[in-house]
Design a protein around this ligand. Structure first.
Ligand SMILES: Cc1cc2nc3c(=O)[nH]c(=O)nc-3n(C[C@H](O)[C@H](O)[C@H](O)COP(=O)(O)OP(=O)(O)OC[C@H]3O[C@@H](n4cnc5c(N)ncnc54)[C@H](O)[C@@H]3O)c2cc1C
Length: 590
């Protein structure tokens, strides 16, 4: 029986109402299902990386309709714009691509439906800069993660965003688990990952003095690190704008007009744009955008992850990123049967494993983040959190970092990853549309990989545009960007000097994070418009400390309203619907 027929049979066993066909080099699924797990299972069964471009899963979930969060703006301010390049999506990939393209004398326009950059996954992740030790050597994840990881030291220095190369650890709980580490080390050799090695418990304690008591040893990977994904996105975007790129916030792509395998125009809520080439960096909507261009060969099946932020006081108990080995069974490791152990090792080493999963991460802001979990969800924009999940994550991670208590939790957040069923990135030139580049399926380790992905996107864009004439280098390109100064990281004499220059730096607005009015005003002078409370947070962190903004939010609102010359009631938390203050009662806004 052919592999296609086998897939048909397996999917029919799942549900009789699903049809499977081969179309344009893809496996296409249609029909209706009662539950989301059937939709995902069918998609997974359909995968054949060797024979097909990908799985186009059009199975509808009964009773579910995706509601896309759209901006409130409806005007024609970009109508008729004719950029050389239109980038869809202001996440890490889109903003990194805009910056790379600003190295050329091109008219670069980026549209983002949110009211700030990093509105999607790029502000909703733990910020681990991954080593990528268990990827398949032939995967795009490996290639881009490996190149991207190496670019961080220089990029962070040029763009003044936080990055620390502290190393990552994978802890094991029993001697037999060293097999896993040895196999991973062999893979590290194949992948040319430098410096990875096994460390026994005493070496582990030198690296992580507070490592859990059950840890027998660890795989130490010195090339791992962590960054602030949202500060990095802002830095890339600001530098792109400073070098001539245009970033249009609150601007959503709603449709496209195509002809003879080419995009003629792109419809947005702010008018029709006529680009020469389009870069699809739209995260969880990448398949929807590819469909508009007639270039869809993949499906995004959203995968939600919740992270928990812990107080800074526990941040000092960990210096690296710690991952519990996927086969560690604490306290019971020795009792497993050989068959079960082999099964678990195979699972742990599978190149097809999905998102990276739970870890304990020391953040650049000295907090600790624990999470995220993995949950398949039909809703691409479901960023809710729930008690059951957060309790599960805390319980699980208390084993990896034994100093954690539930009273240390200061915030939760969720993000939705954008995997394809093939579980690899789809960074490529258009297959059925000549003037689109796809950057799809960019789930973890997408934050690490983004700078390297952007290099390819820029190179292919220039190659395409050069078909109709030379593309000149932007000789005025300035790679250096200076971020907002962080007074809480300065020595007393440095602070004093700044306060003497500008007394606003001496006026503390956020007590938990020690953020001054001067820093907030600097953030508002960004080359990008800063419309919302969350946009201020992404630039200088007021409201991200222990009290989560209970004390400083009114002052930040006031500063933002004065700067924008509007009333405090008009300021939103993030999107249009996130009203903070409704109206005045007794002369005060509530
Ligand atoms: C919980 C979680 C944890 C993660 N942890 C890590 C980690 O530790 N390390 C790591 O390397 N990676 C991690 N990742 C992955 C990483 O965050 C992503 O791979 C990366 O941010 C993807 O960037 P992007 O630009 O492709 O997508 P996004 O950041 O999602 O950007 C896409 C943008 O497109 C916009 N958009 C969508 N549709 C439209 C439209 N029609 N018109 C205009 N704009 C549109 C969206 O609003 C969004 O801002 C994690 C992801 C999640 C969710």
């Amino acid at each position: 029986m052919s592999s296609f027929k086998k897939k048909q049979k397996k999917i029919a066993a799942l549900s009789k109402s699903i049809t499977v066909s081969e179309e344009r080099g893809c496996i296409v699924l249609r029909g209706e299902a009662d539950d989301w797990s059937t939709v995902v299972k069918a998609g997974r069964i359909a995968v054949d990386r060797k024979k097909y471009y990908g799985v186009v899963n059009n199975i509808r979930l009964k009773g579910f309709e995706q509601s896309i969060r759209l901006p409130a703006e409806h005007d024609d301010c970009y109508d008729g714009a004719k950029p050389d390049v239109l980038i869809i999506g202001g996440g890490l990939v889109g903003c990194a691509a805009a910056r790379e393209l600003a190295r050329y004398r091109l008219d670069v326009m980026l549209v983002e439906k949110g009211s700030d950059v990093a509105a999607g996954q790029s502000s909703r992740n733990g910020g681990a800069v991954h080593v990528g030790i268990n990827y398949s050597p032939s995967s795009q994840k490996h290639r881009y993660n490996h190149e991207g990881n190496k670019m961080f030291t220089q990029l962070a220095a040029d763009l003044d965003f936080p990055f620390e190369r502290t190393g990552h650890l994978m802890l094991i709980g029993a001697k037999w688990e060293k097999i896993l580490i040895n196999v991973l080390l062999l893979n590290a050799k194949r992948l040319k990952i430098d410096g990875a090695r096994y460390v026994n418990r005493s070496e582990l304690l030198e690296i992580e003095p507070y490592a859990p008591s059950w840890a027998y040893g660890a795989l130490y990977m010195p090339s791992g690190g962590f960054t602030s994904p949202y500060k990095m996105t802002v830095a890339l975007a600001e530098n792109a704008v400073a070098n001539g790129a245009k970033i249009c916030l609150n601007t959503a792509v709603l449709g496209m007009e195509t002809e003879d395998g080419r995009i003629r125009s792109v419809q947005t809520n702010r008018g029709r744009i006529i680009p020469r080439i389009v870069i699809n960096a739209s995260g969880v909507y990448a398949d929807v955008i590819a469909e508009m261009a007639g270039d869809r060969t993949f499906t995004i099946h959203p995968r939600k992850g919740t992270d928990i932020v812990l107080d800074k006081k526990v941040g000092r108990y960990i210096r690296t990123t710690e991952v519990k080995s996927p086969i560690t069974v604490i306290g019971d490791g020795q009792k497993l049967s050989l068959k079960k152990r082999i099964e678990m090792i195979r699972f742990a080493l599978s190149h097809e494993n999905t998102s990276k999963g739970v870890a304990v991460i020391h953040t650049v802001d000295k907090n600790m983040i624990i999470g995220p979990n993995n949950l398949e969800t039909p809703d691409r924009e479901d960023i809710t959190t729930d008690r059951e999940t957060t309790e599960m994550i805390i319980r699980e991670q208390m084993q990896a970092a034994q100093q954690i208590a539930s009273s240390d939790v200061i915030a939760y957040f969720s993000g939705v990853r954008s995997p394809t069923y093939e579980e690899d990135f789809q960074v490529r030139k258009g297959i059925f549309c000549e003037n689109i580049l796809e950057a799809a399926g960019i789930q973890s380790p997408g934050a690490t990989a983004a700078p390297a992905i952007a290099k390819d996107l820029a190179r292919w864009t220039v190659e395409y545009l050069e078909q109709s004439g030379p593309v000149e280098k932007n000789t005025a390109f300035q790679p250096i960007r200076k971020g907002v100064p962080h007074l809480n990281e300065m020595s007393e004499s440095e602070r004093d000097a700044l306060i003497k220059q500008n007394p606003d730096y001496g006026q503390i607005v956020c007590r938990c994070e020690e953020i001054s009015k001067g820093e907030i005003l600097d953030a508002l002078r960004s080359p990008l418009p800063v419309y919302t409370l969350d946009a201020v947070k992404r630039r200088c962190r007021p409201g991200m400390g222990r009290c989560q903004g209970a004390f400083c939010s009114p002052s930040v609102l006031q500063i933002l309203a004065e700067k924008r010359d509007c009333s405090v009631e008009e300021i939103r938390k993030s999107g249009e619907q996130s009203t903070i203050l409704l109206e005045k009662t007794k002369g005060k806004s509530v």
